[in-house]
Design a protein around this ligand. Sequence first.
Ligand SMILES: C[S@@+](CC[C@H](N)C(=O)[O-])C[C@H]1O[C@@H](n2cnc3c(N)ncnc32)[C@H](O)[C@@H]1O
Length: 294
Amino acid sequence: MDQAISPVARPEAPVDPVDTIRAFTDTGPVVRAERRSVDEDESRRANGPDWDRYADEYQATHGPFLGAAGFVWGPEGLTEADLGVLGDVSGKDVLELGSGACQCSRWVNTQGGRAVGLDLSGRQLQHSRRLDEQTGVVVPAVQATATDLPFADDSFDVVFCSFGALQFVSDIAHALAETVRVLRPGGRFAFSITHPTRWMFPDDPGPEGLIAAQSYWDRTPYVEVDDETGRVSYVEHHRTLGDWVSLLSGAGFRITDLVEPEWPEGHERVWGGWSRTRGVLTPGTAIFGADLLG
Ligand SMILES: C[S@@+](CC[C@H](N)C(=O)[O-])C[C@H]1O[C@@H](n2cnc3c(N)ncnc32)[C@H](O)[C@@H]1O
């Protein structure tokens, strides 16, 4: 169960092996990490409860960095206010996939957009309600999966995802087909993910995390298994940069942006495997922007 040496850049994973054991025995099952195939049902059955267990700690640890109505694309702290990859959201219908506590959607609403959050985890959405009350900026949100969107065709001008659902989904072609279905023709899609090159490295913010240890081309999912029950308790899926290009163009998108944020001067925050030590040498986050043709 040593996520400190997991191959996956899991933004929220504790990094010290001792902390890892403590964190996961306090809040959930003792798990062991392995690599094996996992289908969509198993991914969802694992990740929903995992995020329910982890939500309080996630929000306590990262909430102040994210901001109650802030839009941060990843651990480097690049904001949508600076990047503008969504374009002008004013007056637009916007859907956030894997919204967590809907901080990004809340920012969209402060810019005149009409954002809706969607997340697998009910506990994450309870945090969203808390932030609605705290800020007075309310984001309607629904508990659902990115692979089965509870919206009519052509409902949104913009769909986005900030380290949200996409790397937790097994059936990514289906998730993209759902995104296409709910987007209006010409709609905008943007998302951030762990940079695919991170898959090669141990999830360690220190120098050990700079030594390539496994194949970039091995797409076998990262899986945590509950030691006691043998059940899968957490899953992440990997796609290469080439996979993403093929997936997006195959789904009918024209890719306009691939942003690889550099580690900012003076930014010392460590988030799981993201750190200045690694960030000044190798990208930790990839942000895609694409237009739906048509
Ligand atoms: C790393 S958090 C990011 C949350 C938010 N975007 C943020 O920046 O804080 C990933 C979120 O994706 C959600 N998620 C995982 N699998 C999902 C799925 N299949 N459909 C919808 N949401 C999912 C999790 O519940 C979790 O809230």
